[in-house]
Design a protein around this ligand. Structure first.
Ligand code: PEP
Ligand code: MG
Length: 588
């Protein structure tokens, strides 16, 4: 039997894109192209009638959007559905409506021409801003413009989908995604859009597999073509061979079986066969994932990457907006804890500086940037403190490399507490503070740094990058990014011993914990709290429940003596075979 690589990765009928929403689906294509609207720019005689037509089209558009908004609210989290609320507000914008009406009266031209021209002006401003966020908002506005024009022309949006299909489109607006999801759509493929595009976010919320950013899928795929969408790896296979179809059917079946089995595990404890309880928490990137956190049985949120809020919004939310966001998550996850990490800006995340640093990963990133921008840092601290009334919030600092950074942060946090106290604003006086250990200097000084705070969390994504001097995002050196390198394992062991010596709790929130091969080793090294992406929790729990802590400890001791990465992985694989445990990577 051919393997995954031959069947899929190396296939020549494959289109690559971004894995936007997990899942595998096989189906026929529905090419979704927006009908091109012809704009009539002729002169009109009766401006009164034109204004009435415009008002009617506005009312109709509002009604349609109201309906979409209520479907969205049913199907997804309120803050996602708010996209449509924002569109409704544009339809009610008195300045925009006023200037369209004025122009109809003055220029005596068809309202559809004026609507197109006036709204396009706004869009143009957004597009030339070259900000990804503004560009995406320009798409939303396109949707409103077309909706009004369509209603002026008295045409109806119609989904011609009558059977299960995979929608392939140049791009999708949030409204398209919602409406299409109601009509037998089993998957989405788009030429444009990134992981944070609305179509991607909505697909994830609706649990519909999606691959976005394929650049030219609409050119390579024809209506009715059979395609396979792999939302785990970001591939689309066009007109699959019988071998590929069989492979995917088997894969989808195994996945369904596995998910069924995993669902049954949801309420079972993550306990080793000899009774050691492991706490599995979730890493949350976008607040929309919270329902996944709950359905997958996470015991709290071990890492909330708040910088993702900035990626989504394209700006810093103010203090009260942030407070609301944090409060909402804390309440939803209560009484389990949520660890809110201070904005980890810099590196490859959210562009903040107006200039480009020569080595952004070694530059003004994480805590360094926050300490340089105290106002911004204080806004976040005050928001986190105000949300902490629920008493299940903990706060964590990224990229700590020295004790001075902790002490400076502690003094800013104390000042914020004092301000709130004076203003009689309630907060959790005992809110726990932790640090990420993800820089080698912090790893070496774990005992001293941990002693300053309440807990530590190991960020292996960065720790490996900095320890091995390998850029975590650079394909050219990805073979040198070795999570099982003996230096990595010995560093982890050192951190855990030193945290225990300082009597502080330690967890791990890097991707390493989501690699099922690593789980016995991490537990054996002494980790009792792992934080991973929500959908990988059931897989991790299955591994935990099938190993003995004592055996894992012996395994870790053996791995600590290894000299090469290969020796370590061989030893780990042997452990899986000896104990008949199946690894997730073999399945999906
Ligand atoms: C890490 O570095 O391991 C980590 C969890 O943080 P991030 O991936 O957000 O840098
Ligand atoms: Mg990190």
């Amino acid at each position: 039997m051919k393997n995954f690589k031959q069947i899929f990765k190396e296939a020549n009928n494959k289109i690559s894109g971004i894995a936007a929403a997990p899942g595998i689906v096989i189906g026929n294509v529905y090419l979704f192209t927006k009908e091109k609207l012809d704009i009539n720019d002729s002169a009109i005689a009766d401006t009164g009638e034109a204004i009435l037509n415009f008002e009617e089209a506005l009312q109709k558009s509002k009604k349609e959007l109201d309906k979409i908004f209520s479907i969205a609210k049913e199907k997804m989290e309120a803050n996602r559905a708010a996209i449509f609320e924002a569109q409704l507000m544009i339809l009610e914008d008195p300045i925009l409506i006023g200037s369209i009406k004025d122009r109809i009266c003055k220029e005596k031209k068809q309202p559809e021409y004026i609507v197109n021209d006036e709204i396009s002006k706004y869009q143009h401003l957004m597009i030339i801003s070259h900000e990804q966020y503004m560009n995406e908002r320009a798409n939303d506005i396109e949707d409103i413009k077309n909706r009004i024009i369509r209603n002026l022309q008295k045409k109806r949006w119609q989904s011609k989908i009558t059977h299960d299909v995979i929608v392939v489109s140049d791009s999708l607006t949030p409204a398209d995604t919602i409406l299409l999801s109601r009509s037998n759509v089993k998957g989405f493929v788009t030429d444009h859009g990134g992981l944070t595009s609305h179509a991607a976010i909505i697909s994830r919320s609706l649990d519909i597999p999606a691959v976005v950013g394929t650049h030219n899928a609409t050119k390579q795929i024809k209506e009715d073509d059979l395609i396979i969408v792999d939302g785990f790896h970001g591939y689309v296979i066009v007109k699959p061979t019988q071998a590929q179809i069989d492979f995917f059917h088997a894969k989808a079946e195994r996945l369904a079986e596995l998910q069924q089995g995993l669902k049954e595990l949801k309420d079972q404890p993550a306990q080793t066969t000899d009774g050691k309880e492991i706490i599995l928490r979730a890493n949350v990137d976008v607040s929309g994932e919270i329902e996944l956190v709950i359905t997958n049985g996470a015991k709290g949120i071990g890492l909330y990457r708040t910088e993702q809020i900035l990626e989504e919004l394209g700006e810093f939310p103010n203090e009260s907006e942030q407070t609301k966001m944090y409060e909402k998550l804390a309440t939803r996850i209560y009484p389990d804890p949520i660890i809110i990490r201070a904005f980890d800006i810099g590196g490859d995340k959210f562009k903040f500086l107006s200039f480009t640093e020569p080595n952004p990963f070694l530059g003004l990133r994480g805590i360094r940037l926050l300490l340089e921008n105290e106002k911004l840092f204080k806004t976040q601290i005050r928001a986190v403190l105000q949300a902490s009334k629920t008493k299940n919030i903990q706060f964590m600092l990224p990229m700590i490399s020295s004790i001075t950074e902790i002490r400076q942060s502690l003094s800013i946090i104390s000042a914020c507490k004092e301000e709130l106290k004076n203003a009689k604003i309630p907060f959790d006086k005992h809110m726990k503070l932790g640090i990420m250990i993800e820089v080698p200097s912090a790893a070496v000084l774990t005992y001293e740094l941990a002693s300053e705070v309440d807990f530590i969390s190991i960020g292996t994504n960065d720790l490996i990058q900095y320890l091995m001097a390998v850029d975590r995002g650079n394909d050219l050196v990805s073979n040198l990014y070795q999570e099982f390198h003996p230096a990595v394992i010995r560093t982890l062991s050192h951190i855990l011993k030193e945290a225990a010596r300082a009597n502080r709790s330690a967890s791990l929130c890097g991707e390493m914990a989501a690699d099922t091969l690593a789980i016995p080793l991490l537990i054996g090294l002494g980790l009792q709290i792992l934080s991973i992406s929500p959908t990988t929790i059931p897989y991790a729990k299955r591994i935990v429940r099938s190993i003995s802590y004592q055996k894992a400890k012996n395994l870790a001791d053996e791995c600590l003596l290894c000299e090469t990465e290969k020796e370590v992985t061989d030893r780990l694989e042997k452990f899986f075979n000896e104990n008949s445990i199946t690894r997730t990577r073999n399945i999906i």
